[in-house]
Design a protein around this ligand. Structure first.
Ligand code: ATP
Length: 503
């Protein structure tokens, strides 16, 4: 798995998908740039989402709110007071860690030990091995499981009570050592707000502290009534948005999985109080269907229902994806009650009520939201698509099997040789197709090598112009995934490509 992740990182760089930000200055931690192919893939994912959510739903409209918002927004939303991570420093190494992550990692390590015991026992007992029985009777495993349960319960308690000393006690009692130095010399635990702040205004004394938004949702809540009135929207209806969000993540690791600057694709769906449960279930189902429509394998998704709910939610679930480092959150579906709109009413003094003509009542709507990280979706698609295949002739090929609808380049047009008028015909095909699709022209190297290059870059089709083309206006079209080649008429190309890449 680790190997696969390393391959993902180097492939993303080598084929122009993702670069580290400001690489010539050794980069900026947890900030990344999308390169020529990455920008296209990212745009295609965003468009695929927008089409499914906005274009296909009569009762959902899209907006594009500003990143900077009035600072009171974040008071009302709870982010100024509660968007914190508990941090602890190691006195010897001077390194900073998230206290909860240290404890979770420790718990994970005990779990790994249990797994090792099980694997060993499986080998020893063969067919006769019964995991359930082994777990409940083997003294080592029983003791370790007890320890996990105790840590889990105590972690939950200190998180819920925001008990900073409790965090520290856990770390000290468990004897957790600093991952880089092995030292056990920890400071107190402090709360650290994850929002990036900046100054609005020219002079130091008249400037105001504003924040870069840590989520796009609030831009929708504050515009709720404007959109409802000007769009004459009737409940239930949704407002969608894609855009940048910023979080000063402490443990920023796993490439574009957790970034400090990232993009969200969110939809807030406004419903009548009392109907939220029904809509929550419906959106869970609808969003999973969206993921499955990309054909990346139903086994790679699962729901994780939250027991521990955020202060604003009455139900929440994640859609988890099988990343190269295991199942992790890809998207969240949250039933947010009327928390946000009521808070904005309170802090702004403006009414944010909806008048329901059907039964002549006014109320603050409840909200069910779907929230997915565009970069995280990018990583899911990219890592799932990167495959190495053993070929019949004994060699292997690296192929990026991106869903055709998302691929940055839909077709590469290749003249077999650089003479006899073949390049001119190939250029004409490019000029024709580029009105509808992103296509590239490539005449360098033997055609086999050009195929491999396009396979690795994720291009679904290669179109080869050869000497027969001069005779009958046909070309060879090669399919990336099956490597099948077919002879077709030049006029048919556009339709063949369209069939694969249109949704
Ligand atoms: P996590 O538990 O992984 O930190 P979260 O529960 O805080 O995520 P939400 O606030 O629900 O995440 O944000 C919704 C979505 O935004 C997440 O499902 C994820 O896809 C994406 N997301 C959140 N934080 C980041 C980040 N730092 N980098 C990239 N994507 C992110």
């Amino acid at each position: 798995q680790e190997d696969q992740f390393k391959k993902v990182l180097s492939h993303a760089k080598e084929y122009g998908y993702v670069f580290q930000s400001s690489e010539i200055y050794d980069g900026l931690s947890a900030v990344y740039d999308y390169a020529q192919n990455g920008a296209e893939l990212k745009k295609n994912i965003r468009d695929y989402w927008w089409k499914a959510m906005v274009q296909m739903h009569e009762n959902i409209v899209g907006i594009d709110a500003a990143i900077l918002m009035h600072p009171t927004t974040w008071k009302a939303s709870g982010h100024v007071d509660a968007f914190n991570d508990p941090l602890i420093d190691n006195k010897d190494s001077k390194k900073r860690y998230r206290a909860d992550v240290l404890v979770e990692d420790y718990r994970e390590k005990i779990n790994e030990k249990i797994q090792k015991d099980i694997t060993k026992a499986k080998k020893r007992f063969g067919e006769a091995f019964n995991e359930e029985e082994f777990r409940s009777t083997n003294p080592n495993v029983v003791r370790r499981q007890q320890q996990i349960d105790e840590i889990t319960a105590e972690l939950k308690r200190v998180q819920e009570e925001n008990d900073l000393e409790g965090f520290r006690n856990l770390i000290v009692d468990l004897g957790i050592t600093c991952p880089v130095s092995g030292s056990k010399n920890w400071t107190e635990v402090k709360q650290f707000n994850l929002m990036f702040g900046t100054q609005l205004g020219a002079s130091a004394d008249s400037s105001t502290l504003v924040y870069l938004r840590p989520e796009t949702a609030q831009g929708i809540f504050v515009n709720f009534l404007n959109v409802q009135k000007t769009g004459r929207m009737k409940i239930p209806f949704g407002i969608a948005q894609t855009g940048k969000a910023f979080r000063n993540e402490i443990v920023a690791r796993q490439f574009i999985f957790r970034m400090r600057e990232f993009e969200q694709m969110e939809m807030q769906f406004f419903v009548k109080p009392g109907t939220q449960k029904e809509w929550y279930e419906k959106w869970k189902e609808t969003r999973l269907k969206w993921h499955l429509s990309l054909g990346m394998g139903a086994d790679n998704y699962r729901f994780h229902d939250h027991d521990k709910l955020a202060h604003y939610a009455d139900a929440a679930a994640d859609i988890e994806f099988n990343f190269p480092f295991g199942f992790k959150e890809l998207e969240g579906i949250h039933s947010r009650t009327d928390f946000d709109l009521s808070q904005h009413e309170k802090f702004s003094g403006k009414k944010l009520q909806y008048f329901d003509h059907e039964d002549n009542t006014s109320y603050v709507p409840y909200v069910v939201e779907t929230s997915i990280g565009l970069d995280r979706m990018f990583l899911a698609v990219f890592s799932n698509s990167l495959q190495e295949e053993a070929l019949e002739n004994g060699s292997t090929r690296t192929v990026l099997k991106l869903p055709a609808v998302l691929a940055p380049t839909k077709a590469a047009i290749l003249p077999l040789v650089k003479k006899d008028g073949l390049p001119e015909i190939a250029r004409n095909i490019v000029d024709d197709l580029k009105w509808d699709f992103n296509v590239v022209y490539d005449e360098k190297d033997a055609v086999g090598r050009r195929y491999r290059r396009q396979d690795a870059a994720g291009t679904p089709f290669c179109i080869t112009v050869d000497h027969d083309t001069l005779e009958d206006n046909t070309v060879t079209i090669r399919h990336r995934d099956t490597m099948e080649q077919k002879r077709v008429k030049i006029e048919e190309l556009s339709n063949i490509i369209k069939q694969e890449v249109d949704v």
